[in-house]
Write a protein that binds this ligand. Structure first.
Ligand SMILES: [Zn+2]
Length: 506
């Protein structure tokens, strides 16, 4: 496409100054870290809705700009694990971070399987490993040789098996285990590092459960002392230290099985109802108005803990203010008679940090038919530069753009070549990438419904999910350029003659 003048006029209305103006509100301490269901989240919803109104975007047919997301909140710190006579206490002996809201699991067998790694270079499992209905115990981290080098990387650098917790959990799930116990050799440090997640309530959608929904594997992190107690129950003399030493010496996994034990996990938390809001700015299209382009970003973040406010300037204040700017640009274009042919939905969702809840709710309770929703462009963290790009910061990671449609990436690349000239980095763009970014933000709930998606992202950095994710660290000029890339991509998607197809469905 040639850079025609009208789209450029409106693309230019996305400015660093405006992005800064909005972010200095939403990422301020007054907004208390925008935690789902809390005051700061409600204040943010009001702010975003007020912006939509000021741009002349009309309220939804149902009134206002909100879609209520009904949630259940389960308080943290409950639960009991026992084995035989021995009982263990939450906090002192074990913790979990999420996903264990109501559990009653018993097992009679425990299998120790080393580090729970299954890699070409090193495996704790082997070909026919099964832990069906058993308790599977593994150790956090990875095997090291005498010099302290990892058997996987050959150096002191840790492999993904140490840094990406989902990898081990996914492997364990394949074994059919009902409970995964991950031994933290440095339990107190691990608890401290994860205190935020451990002490936050778990939120879930308040929806009738699918009838045939399978009970998931329970994941619990435990201390070495607790692990040793459990190993003892099977009458063995093994300890975690002894098993780890054996593995280091032989440079291979160690196995231990306890049978006839009486293991039980009971977590029974009483939920409370919580309502969060998705904020929707709907701009009706012209001749193709039945079709819809969605642009999403989550506006919730981690709230306040121990007197610290987690402002989430990058995560995902940056995406939220980008959505506000995009809404303004398209609303202005429409006012001037250059409105999009297809309709557009600018949606700031909540509950993302608690498990993509707001977008999941929308996907199950769509306000506009999913069958006519042609794509979702999702923005989650576009205000920073990661370590890989300190030298040349003119980049953005794009994830998912080729997963469901053979056309979306090309459209985005043409828009980029014509207007924004950002280096598009696709290194994380694979469903089996060890970081699993494809599954980790709101676009995934649209992809799940076979709607083509593209996810714009600057990668993680030291301030990710820390109280130091502050506005002072945001690169606004770069953010302007990245937001404009989304603008030009969306413009083309909304105005082109033919709807993009989801031709790569699986
Ligand atoms: Zn995020």
């Amino acid at each position: 496409m040639a850079p025609d003048s009208s789209r450029k006029t409106y693309g230019d209305t996305v400015t660093a100054a405006d992005l800064r103006k909005h972010l200095s509100v939403l990422a301020s301490d007054d907004y208390e870290g925008r935690e789902t269901g809390e005051k700061g989240q409600k204040m943010s919803a009001t702010y975003i809705a007020d912006q939509f109104r000021s741009f002349g975007i009309p309220e939804l047919k149902t009134g206002g700009y909100y879609q209520n997301v009904n949630l259940l909140s389960y308080s943290a710190g409950e639960g009991m694990v026992s084995c035989g006579e021995k009982t263990f206490a939450f906090g002192k002996d074990f913790y979990y971070t999420a996903g264990a809201e109501n559990v009653d699991v018993k097992a009679t067998e425990l299998v120790f399987a080393g580090y729970g790694i299954n890699d070409k270079k090193y495996s704790d499992y082997g070909a026919s490993f099964s832990a069906k209905d058993k308790v599977l115990m593994i150790v956090a981290g990875e095997p090291l040789d005498k010099k302290g080098n990892s058997l996987l990387t050959g150096s002191t650098k840790k492999s993904d098996w140490s840094t990406q917790r989902r990898l081990k959990i996914n492997e364990a799930r394949k074994s059919g285990a009902s409970v995964l116990l991950i031994v933290q050799p440095e339990y107190e440090k691990a608890f401290e590092d994860n205190r935020h997640a451990i002490e936050s309530p778990t939120l879930r959608l308040d929806m009738p459960k699918e009838k045939n929904e399978k009970k998931g594997m329970v994941v619990i992190y435990i201390s070495k002392t607790m692990a040793d107690e459990l190993l003892k129950q099977g009458s063995a003399t093994n300890t975690i230290d002894a098993l780890m030493k054996r593995m280091a010496k032989k440079k291979k996994t160690a196995r231990h099985t306890s049978s006839g034990i009486n293991f039980s996990v009971v977590i029974n938390r009483i939920p409370q109802k919580v309502v969060a809001e998705n904020v929707l700015g709907y701009l009706e299209g012209s001749d193709l108005k039945d079709e819809l382009v969605i642009i999403t970003a989550h506006y919730d973040h981690l709230g306040k803990h121990n007197g610290l406010v987690y402002n989430g300037a990058d995560d995902d204040g940056s995406g939220t203010v980008a959505v506000i700017e995009l809404a303004e640009a398209f609303a202005k274009a429409k006012k001037d008679g250059h409105g999009p042919r297809r309709s557009m939905l600018f949606m700031a969702v909540s509950g993302e940090e608690k498990g993509l809840l707001g977008s999941s709710w929308y996907a199950e309770n769509p306000v506009f038919p999913l069958a006519n929703t042609i794509c979702d462009l999702n923005i989650d963290m576009i205000g920073r530069v990661d370590e890989e790009h300190l030298k040349d910061s003119n980049y953005v990671y794009v994830i998912g753009s080729e997963m469901l449609s053979s056309e979306l990436r090309g459209i985005m690349e043409t828009a980029n070549n014509s207007f924004t000239q950002i280096k598009l980095d696709y290194r994380f763009d694979a469903p089996d990438d060890p970081n699993f970014f494809y599954y980790r933000s709101d676009h995934y709930n649209f992809a799940r419904k076979n709607i083509p998606v593209a996810f714009f992202f600057n990668g993680v950095h030291d301030d990710y999910h820390q109280e130091t994710d502050e506005i002072s660290k945001i690169a606004f000029n770069l953010m302007e350029r990245r937001t404009r890339l989304v603008f030009y991509t969306a413009w083309e998607l909304a105005n082109r003659e033919k709807r993009i197809t989801a031709d790569k469905k699986k």
